[in-house]
Write a protein that binds this ligand. Sequence first.
Ligand code: 5AD
Ligand code: FES
Length: 351
Amino acid sequence: STRALIDTLEADRHLDRNQWIAFFRGRTPEALEYLSTRAREVSRKQFGRDIYTRGLIEFTNYCRNDCYYCGIRCSNAKADRYRLTDQQIMDCCKQGYGLGFRTFVLQGGEDPQLTEDRIACLVTAIKDKYPDCAVTLSIGEWERSSYERFFRAGADRYLLRHETADPEHYRRLHPKGLSPEHRKQCLRELAEIGYQAGTGFMIGSPGQGPEQLAEDMLFIEQLAPQMIGIGPFVPHHDTPFAGERAGTVEETLYCIGALRLMLPQALIPATTALGTMAEDGRERGILAGANVVMPNLSPLGVREKYELYDNKICTGDEAAECRDCLELRMESIGYRLVVSRGDHPQAGKEE
Ligand code: 5AD
Ligand code: FES
């Protein structure tokens, strides 16, 4: 039964491929309820009722890639493109620091105009000014030498979702030129260099079924990343996937629970996409085993331009409003936002 699989997963932190497939096929409301309860208990043991925050700075929506699901793909001529200046980025950090953020996530498309130098200088500037903060980069695929340079400049963490671990499925989501092997290679390099590395994938993307999800779980088990970001696929109206079905909150919660049981100490956000699919999506994410929230610090004027998918929440709210909103939401379910870098419990303890 699915309940027995959940017990096995909790005890062994491992399922084999066939067990994973059965686990995903066996998703029922009762199974989700049971899994969430187990996963929530594991989170509580690791992190108590503390929720870590990261200030997300979406600093460019230019992108050279053409992922079929993404609203800022290069073929989307309707996307209103922008780049923040260094000064604007530093202002976001200043405001964020005042609001209690101790991690800044620099996220952007694969902007052809971004240089290794600029990123390295930005990271150094932020770390100089805020030595008690962590800097996370989320800027896609670069050469190993560039990842090394960013790390030397002071970057602490790197987010690069693998998107799907099934190569066939990867090719259904991305045009030629992006390769699933290269993606995985980047992730292994990031881990080797010493970053706290984050991967992840969308839930309910076109062509994803129990077999693909099983591959994702096996890949994540092997990579053992410090962070895992997952959220429902949400169609964007100006992409080839405009007419596809969105992923559901329930599927997403089920995966969050599974990830928490497999990697008890992982940093797992309740994502904006989850909050987009349901008003209380992020709260439910926390109650299913997530322990991080990532409110937006981008300037109000550019918020709605970083439109990866339709109906994205928080595009009209000031950073302070989002912080207060999330604080209330977390308190409403008995959790609290903490002023902390929120490192992985084992960060810096290995090697
Ligand atoms: N729906 C949900 N998530 C999306 N992402 C990109 N486009 C979408 C979409 N339409 C996710 C990808 C990417 C992250 C930054 O946003 O997984 O890695
Ligand atoms: Fe942005 Fe609630 S978190 S308005």
